[in-house]
Design a binder for this molecule. Structure first.
Ligand SMILES: [Zn+2]
Length: 316
């Protein structure tokens, strides 16, 4: 499940069916550049500094990943746009006035970049991210998802969350009630067929054969907060009816370690990416050709910057 923190995005109020007003994120026009700044790790915000040697992931969906270095082999758009933005340095956000690199994580705005050169990803399901009100905006990777897939991602600030149609929505969150990804698919299919889904075929073969129409998944909910604060959100009664799924086979590459937590506790953007990759292969029965790799467009770039800075620091 996700680790991390908030994305405070101050935007308009909306009324949901449960008459709860919630702040939602919107992308706005980019601001102009401010003066040049030096190019170094100091250009990054403090939350972007630090890196851990991350181990790679192993999954039922793609065992090849086990043998690759982390975040390698992704089909990403060119990072040249981020290199140029980095050379320019931080710019002032047109909405809040804060100086940021690449994007304003408070306002969810791209900053100092050619908007057309930043990839836009289409997702097979809607993603709702519930962030904790008290969390620090700058530590979240959820904003990456909103910036890169604005049509399909919505961020809510807890306690403002919508009512979910439980039959077609799952919550990615670990715990004793959580099921595996494969079991999640099977339960969704069983629900849609009123529990008459046992054809006697081996499960993986059945999943591939059934394809997208047999997977009535419309929305996936992620909780975006520190692990110590997710409890308040996960126990909210409005989420109790959702089927919970646990992603256990991937290991995080996030450069902010979470003390005392296993490395299978993923950053939000990692959890979203791996969930969608598994859904593409196991839920839709399709071969994966990098369709959602660009969700890691910012994450992989920041990861490489942080690791380079670490290596440089260790040599000096
Ligand atoms: Zn801003």
């Amino acid at each position: 499940m996700s680790a991390l923190l908030s994305v405070g995005c101050r935007t308009k109020l909306r009324l949901f069916p449960a008459a709860v007003s919630c702040r939602r994120l919107q992308l706005k026009k980019e601001p102009t550049l401010s003066q040049d700044q030096s190019v170094s790790m100091s250009s990054l915000d403090s939350h972007q500094q630090l890196s851990a040697g991350c181990r790679d992931k192993s999954t039922a969906a793609d065992s090849e990943e086990c043998t690759r270095p982390p975040l390698q082999g992704l089909q990403l758009a060119s990072h040249a746009v981020l290199d140029r933005a980095r050379q320019r340095g931080r710019v002032s956000c047109s909405r809040c006035g804060r100086n940021r690199m690449f994007f304003c994580y408070n306002c969810c705005l791209l900053l100092g970049t050619d908007k057309e050169a930043v990839p836009r990803v289409q997702l097979p399901v809607k993603i709702d991210i519930i962030k904790h009100l008290k969390e620090s905006d700058g530590k979240s990777t959820a904003v990456h998802a909103k910036l890169l897939a604005p049509d399909d991602v919505t961020i809510y600030t807890y306690p403002c969350i919508p009512d979910f149609h439980t039959e077609e929505v799952v919550l990615v969150f670990p715990g004793p009630q959580a099921v595996s990804f494969e079991d999640m698919l099977q339960r969704l299919r069983d629900r849609s067929s009123n529990g008459s889904g046992d054809s006697g075929e081996p499960r993986p073969k059945r999943l591939r054969a059934e394809g997208v129409q047999a997977t009535p998944l419309k929305k996936v909910v992620f909780i975006d907060s520190t692990w110590n604060q997710t409890n308040e959100i996960s126990t909210d009664e409005r989420l109790q009816g959702l089927l919970r799924v646990e992603l256990t086979s991937r290991k995080t590459c996030f450069w902010r370690s979470q003390h005392g937590k296993p490395d299978t506790y993923l950053a939000t953007i990692e959890a979203i990416y791996y969930f969608l990759k598994d859904f593409h292969q196991l839920g839709l029965g399709l071969e994966y050709h990098g369709e959602y790799d660009n969700l890691l467009f910012f994450y992989s770039y920041l990861h490489s910057l942080v690791n380079s800075a670490r290596r440089a620091a260790s040599r000096s």
